[in-house]
Design a protein around this ligand. Structure first.
Ligand code: PRP
Ligand code: ZN
Length: 291
């Protein structure tokens, strides 16, 4: 039986839907069968393992999965344990959140030194320890598996260090963020299992396609006509574009067509500035795929 690539994705939780969506946008047709733990890809020799996010770095590091999508927060915690950590391939631009220190209103926070001698409840003891060490702070870490936000009310700790996304959980528990320990987003990670040449090609193609999907999100294709003399000014205005493609316009020596891929959002204000520089017939188009 030939080998199949394995990609570990969060089964449920903040990254689950978008992770699966990314895999599908990369052209992989996911068959959601009766097996809740494993989805098969119909058009490539790939399986999707559906697991708890905290287990993903271990699966990938141990070669149970070849790739995984996980929050940087989970990956950082695993790396802080000094164990063999999987390789980070790329940031994926979704699932943004931050690991923050949060305290009740009565707690006076004037910087990391305010945490000296304080008890901090967290599910991220490794990342928190590194932060405290960097600031030369001696605090006591109370490890919790979940429901960290209730620790101050139960007098288990004075403050917490927890993941904040919308901030609703903190607010509901009378806590306010006072410090950011780590900014996080979803990342693609890769293991080191040796692959046969065909699977290796599949793996490279998967990485290329995911890279293409991530790059094309938010990117726009911009076209316009412009006086040749305005080219330097127009190149400077286009946000996040490399060298634009410039082609002559039939029967016009003084004007050209300019095409460019802009990696950042193109706002109305940008269009107005392009127009001000002499551009006309400006078109902004979405990009479906990019490689
Ligand atoms: C985090 C965190 C809070 C919540 C914060 O847990 O522990 O409970 O999300 O989100 P909010 O700011 O939008 O309210 P998560 O859902 O990641 O669960 P897990 O840590 O068990 O994976
Ligand atoms: Zn989790």
């Amino acid at each position: 039986m030939s080998q199949r690539l394995r990609i570990a994705l969060q089964k449920s939780g903040r990254l689950a839907d978008k992770s699966l969506e990314l895999v599908e946008s990369a052209g992989l047709r996911v068959v959601k069968g009766a097996n809740e733990l494993l989805y098969r890809i119909e058009n490539a020799p790939i399986d999707v393992l559906r697991v708890r996010d905290d287990d993903i770095p271990t699966f990938v590091a141990d070669g149970v999965a070849d790739f995984g999508i996980v929050g940087l927060n989970v990956l950082a915690e695993r790396s802080s344990e000094g164990e063999r950590a999987p390789e980070e391939v790329m940031r994926l631009g979704f699932g943004r959140c931050a690991l923050k220190i949060a305290a009740p209103e009565s707690f006076r926070y004037e910087g990391p030194h305010s945490l000296d001698g304080v008890r901090i409840a967290t599910s991220y003891p490794g990342v928190l320890r590194r932060f405290l060490d960097e600031h030369g702070v001696g605090a006591e870490i109370v490890k919790m598996r979940g429901a960290v936000e209730v620790a101050p009310r139960l007098k288990l700790s004075q403050v917490v260090c927890d993941l904040v996304s919308t901030g609703a959980t903190l607010e509901a528990n009378g806590l306010a963020a006072v410090e950011t320990v780590l900014e996080s987003e979803a990342v693609l990670i890769r293991g080191r299992r040796a692959l046969d040449p065909e699977l290796q090609r599949n793996a490279e193609s998967f990485v290329d396609r995911v890279g293409g999907v991530v790059a094309s999100r938010g990117a726009k294709y911009v076209m316009m006509n412009a006086p040749r003399s305005a080219l330097p000014q127009i190149s400077a205005i286009l946000p996040g574009a490399g060298a634009p493609t410039v082609t002559p316009l039939a029967g016009r020596d003084d004007a050209v067509a300019v095409h460019a891929v802009c990696q950042e959002s193109v706002f109305w204000e940008t269009l107005e500035r392009l127009k001000g520089a002499g551009a006309s017939a400006i078109l902004v188009l979405p990009i479906e795929k990019m490689m």
